[in-house]
Design a binder for this molecule. Structure first.
Ligand SMILES: [Zn+2]
Length: 71
């Protein structure tokens, strides 16, 4: 409840916004945009399915499918 995205004194969150490799998604559990990590969920015949996991609470926030590169 007391978490404010504008006053994060425990991490360098703001400084990392310029890093485009970091993905932020809104986490309903943390009630803020949180950095997420990718976790390999499934290997499909034509690609891979990844899940986005909140780095703070571990909640799954979404997923992403990548193609294996074969047309
Ligand atoms: Zn979270």
């Amino acid at each position: 409840m007391q978490y404010s995205p504008f006053h994060s004194n425990s991490s360098d969150e703001m400084a990392q916004y310029k890093d485009f490799s970091a993905t932020y998604l809104y986490c309903p559990q943390c009630r803020a945009s949180m950095p997420v990590g990718e976790r390999l969920l499934l290997v499909l015949p034509d690609g891979e399915l990844y899940e986005y996991i909140c780095q703070n609470c571990g909640q799954a926030l979404g997923d992403k499918k990548t193609k294996s590169g074969q047309p």
